[in-house]
Design a protein around this ligand. Structure first.
Ligand SMILES: *Cc1c(COP(=O)(O)O)cnc(C)c1O
Length: 389
């Protein structure tokens, strides 16, 4: 077996086979289907006696390269790539669950995932119970004989709370249920959930993996038998990633390490600045000592990620003024972009929740979420400082 190389090296050197042109960088395979040598080749390929590309809904060289890279990064056996992060979330659950099954999920999860659990799964008789991420003791009491999956994100969106994945991993093992982690906020560069007991890891490739706000993508990696079931479901239902987006993403992953290093350095500087600002009530960033789960963050992650949350003194009104005064940073819903982005979760992504439900997941009216980008940190700090004053 080949020696496993360091993260950055695998990110750059994992590459599909060269063509006869001996290109240096991987080409884009914009083809919906692949041809057969003869009748026997065609028969054997369809019978899956051969491991080869047949149709890009099933597999494509660019997707395969992207999947292989992420598998190496997450130390996973296998994976499948999707058109978006939500396609990955939906297809993973849909492939593995039956009518009557039960999910135990963290309360603070991505908004669309929450809507999937509350608005759509109940019509297929799949129910979800929720736990508070600061009370992992309660998880066991929610597990029933119908429970198949424990689901969580860490750090969470938008509250940047951190939960102890090892504790969840042990509970999952003890009760023989699967642990599925959405690792989008940390990326495999900062944290690998499989080490802590996750069976499957999901990413929205749209965020830090692309890192430049260009393409939508998703991926699920982990145990190969589970991935095979997800693959069987997905090759029929058609949520596959486009080869173009796969090519963009595989290129992006070559620079994931250096980009995420700078995101984290900038975010830490901004968080430290905000912690000492008189107009700011509180700041949350996993690598600040004041973060309630700082010790767990240090155990699981090598740095704090790109998202900083803080609350402006003065609630909703002060919040609105702050957003109207921002000049350089973008008001946008994305995160993990080279451009810094500020959002107001209470009036945008989480506006459909009641104030009480928002506060239960740590979203106060004056809370601002910053996705710290790659501009010079002095300019990021200056813009936020002038908007605060
Ligand atoms: C954005 C996001 C998703 C969904 O990804 P899309 O690519 O937008 O479909 C899922 N989970 C988390 C944590 C996210 O931030």
């Amino acid at each position: 077996m080949e020696n496993k190389k360091q993260f950055e090296t695998e990110a750059i050197r994992t590459q599909i086979e060269r063509t006869t042109f001996l290109e240096h960088s991987s080409p884009m395979y914009l083809t919906s289907s692949f041809v057969f040598e003869d009748a026997e080749d065609m028969r054997a390929s369809f019978a899956e006696e051969k491991d080869r590309n047949v149709y890009s809904r099933y597999s494509n060289p660019n997707s395969s390269e992207f999947i292989e890279k992420v598998c190496k990064m997450e130390d996973a056996e296998d994976g499948f790539a999707f058109a978006s992060g939500m396609a990955a979330v939906f297809s993973t659950f849909a492939a593995l669950l039956e009518s009557g099954d039960h999910i135990v999920s963290a309360k603070s999860i991505f908004g669309s995932t929450h809507s999937l659990f509350t608005q759509f799964f109940p019509k297929w008789n799949i129910e979800t119970s929720y736990f508070d991420i600061n009370d992992l003791q309660s998880v066991e009491s929610l597990i029933t004989p119908k429970t198949k999956i424990i689901y969580a994100e860490s750090p969470t969106n938008p509250g940047v709370d951190v939960l102890d994945m090892e504790v969840l991993g042990n509970i999952a093992k003890k009760h023989k249920v699967l642990l599925v982690i959405d690792n989008c906020f940390a990326t495999p560069y900062l944290q690998q959930p499989i080490k802590f007991g996750a069976d499957l890891v999901i990413h929205s490739g749209t965020k830090l993996m692309d890192g430049q706000g260009r393409v939508l993508a998703g991926i699920t990696v982990g145990n190969s038998e589970l991935i095979d079931r997800i693959y069987r479901f997905s090759r029929i239902t058609g949520p596959a990633l486009s080869p173009f987006n796969a090519w963009v993403l595989s290129k992006s992953l070559e620079t994931l390490g250096v980009r995420v290093d700078r995101h984290c350095e900038n975010a830490m500087k901004l968080a430290t600045f905000l912690e000492n600002h008189e107009k700011v009530r509180w700041v949350k960033y996993p690598f600040l000592k004041s973060h309630p789960n700082h010790e767990i963050a240090k155990k699981q992650m090598t740095a704090g990620g790109c998202v900083v949350a803080f609350e402006i003194n003065g609630g909703l009104e002060a919040g609105r003024k702050f957003f109207d005064s921002i000049k350089l940073l973008s008001l946008s819903a994305n995160l993990g972009d080279s451009r810094s982005i500020v959002t107001h979760p209470a009036s945008t992504t989480h506006s459909k929740l009641s104030k009480q439900d928002r506060e239960a997941v740590g979203i106060t009216d004056g809370m601002v979420r910053v996705s710290v980008g790659l501009e010079h940190i002095d300019d990021i700090v200056d813009d936020i400082n002038q908007a605060l004053s």
